[in-house]
Design a protein around this ligand. Structure first.
Ligand code: NAD
Length: 363
C-alpha cells in the first residue's frame, strides 16, 4: 500500500502522524511511504531521518493526498486538507466529529474511509488510542502544578517533595482514571503527600493496591472532596463522565477555604473543566488567578511535549496502521472488531452511531 503523512497545519500542532521508526516498520512490511518534507521538524525528526528509514520525501501535501492510499495524521483534517481527500482513500487520525458538523459534512462528501483514533476500543472497554494522551497529560499535570506553585508564577512557594525537616506538599487528585493515576505516580515519585479521590469503589481498590502506603485513596463524596481541597497545595482535576460535560466539583465558594497561592490544574478542561472557575488557557499563557488561587487549564497539554506525545501515540496507532496496510481496510476491520469501532465515515455515510445521532445522519 502507499501510505503517506503530511505536516500538521492546525495552529500550534507539532506532532506528526508517522515517526521515522514507524516509516521503517511500514517499509519493512513492503509498503511505500510518502512523507511531506519538514513533516517531522516539530518533534526534531529531520527529512534525512525519514529518508534513511525508507520514506520518499515529497514537496507538498497535495502530492501526498494525490498519491497515498492511506493518509496517517494526528489532528482532524483542516478544510484545505479535506478538499484534497478522494473517494476510497483511507484517513487514519483523530477526528472528534460529534461537535463538528462542518468537518463531518466534508468527509461524507469526500467518499473517503475515515477511521478515528478516538473511537477505536480495546478488550477491556478502554480507548487505547486516547490513553497515551491521557498518560502524557496526567504526568504533565504535576510538572505544570509544581511550576505554578513557585512564587514567580503566583503560587504559594511550596516544593512538592519538601526537604528533610520540612513537610512535603499536599497533592489532591480528583478522578483516579488514566490521567489521575499518572498524575499520582509523578507526585508520589517526587515525594509529595498524595490523596486520590474517585467515586468508583473498584477504581479506589485498584489504586490502593497499586500505590500501597505511598498514596491515600478517598471516596469522592462532597464532604470528603471539600475537606481535601481545603487542605491541598495542588489539586489535579482528572474526572471523566463519558459523553458528558465534566461535573463542576470544585465551586467558587470552595476557593475561599483554600490556602492563598494554592494551585488548581484542570486537566478535564477539554470536557468543560471540573472546577467552576476554570476557563481554557493556552501554552502561551497557561495560568490565571481567581480569588488568590492559581488556575492552569490548558486544553491540549500533550502538544507541549510533542516529541514524547508523538512517540506515545505512534506506539498505539502503528500496529493498526500496519494491519490496514497489510490486509486492506475491509479485511483488517473485519478481523478486528475493536479497530472496526474506529470507522466513523465510509462511502458517504456516517457509520459511527454516536456521531450520526449527534449530527442527524442515518447510521
Ligand atoms: P478516565 O475515564 O480514565 O478516568 C476518569 C475517572 O474519573 C474515572 O475513574 C471516574 O470514576 C472518575 N470520576 C467520575 N466522576 C467523578 C467524581 N465525581 N469524583 C471523582 N472521580 C470521578 O479518563 P482520563 O483518560 O483519565 O481523562 C480524564 C480527563 O482528562 C478527561 O476529561 C479527558 O478528556 C481529559 N484529558 C485532557 C487532556 C488535556 O490536554 N487537557 C489530555 C488528555 C485527557
Amino acid at each position: 500500500m502507499i501510505v503517506g503523512t503530511v505536516k500538521e497545519i492546525k495552529n500550534h500542532e507539532y506532532r506528526v502522524g508517522l515517526t521515522p521508526e514507524a516509516v521503517q516498520e511500514l517499509v519493512a512490511h513492503g509498503h511505500q511511504v510518502l512523507v511531506e518534507a519538514g513533516a517531522g521538524l516539530g518533534i526534531g525528526a529531520g527529512d534525512a531521518a525519514y529518508v534513511a528509514a525508507g520514506a520518499e520525501l515529497v514537496a507538498t501535501p497535495a502530492e501526498v493526498f494525490a498519491r497515498a492510499e492511506m493518509v496517517v495524521k494526528v489532528k482532524e483534517p483542516q478544510a484545505v486538507e479535506r478538499a484534497m481527500l478522494r473517494e476510497g482513500q483511507i484517513l487514519y487520525t483523530y477526528l472528534h466529529l460529534a461537535p463538528d458538523p462542518e468537518q463531518t459534512a466534508d468527509l461524507v462528501k469526500s467518499g473517503a474511509v475515515c477511521i478515528a483514533y478516538e473511537t477505536v476500543t480495546d478488550a477491556h472497554g478502554g480507548l487505547p488510542l486516547l490513553k497515551p494522551m491521557s498518560q502524557v497529560a496526567g504526568r504533565m499535570a504535576i510538572q505544570a502544578g509544581a511550576t505554578a506553585l513557585e512564587k514567580a508564577h503566583g503560587g504559594r512557594g511550596v516544593l512538592l517533595g519538601g526537604v528533610p525537616g520540612v513537610l512535603p506538599a499536599k497533592v489532591v487528585v480528583i478522578g483516579g482514571g488514566v490521567v489521575g493515576f499518572n498524575a499520582a505516580q509523578m507526585a508520589v515519585g517526587l515525594g509529595a503527600d498524595v490523596t486520590i479521590l474517585d467515586r468508583s469503589n473498584e477504581t479506589l481498590e485498584r489504586l490502593s493496591a497499586q500505590f500501597g502506603a505511598s498514596a491515600k485513596t478517598l471516596y469522592s463524596s462532597r464532604a470528603n472532596l471539600a475537606a481535601a481541597v481545603a487542605e491541598a497545595d495542588l489539586v489535579i482535576g482528572a474526572v471523566l463522565i463519558p459523553g458528558a460535560a465534566a461535573p463542576k466539583l470544585v465551586t467558587r465558594a470552595m476557593l475561599s477555604t483554600m490556602q492563598p497561592g494554592a494551585v488548581l490544574v484542570d486537566v478535564a478542561i477539554d470536557q468543560g473543566g471540573c472546577f467552576e472557575t476554570s476557563h481554557a488557557t493556552t501554552h502561551a499563557e497557561p495560568t490565571y488567578v481567581v480569588d488568590g488561587i492559581v488556575h492552569y487549564a490548558v486544553a491540549n497539554m500533550p502538544g507541549a511535549v510533542a516529541r514524547t506525545s508523538t512517540y506515545a501515540l505512534g506506539n498505539a496507532t502503528l500496529p493498526h496502521a500496519v494491519a490496514i496496510a497489510n490486509l486492506g481496510w475491509k479485511e483488517a476491520l473485519s478481523r478486528d472488531k475493536h479497530l472496526k469501532n474506529g470507522l466513523n465515515i465510509w462511502n458517504g455515510n456516517v457509520t459511527y452511531a454516536a456521531v450520526a445521532e449527534a449530527l442527524g445522519y442515518d447510521a
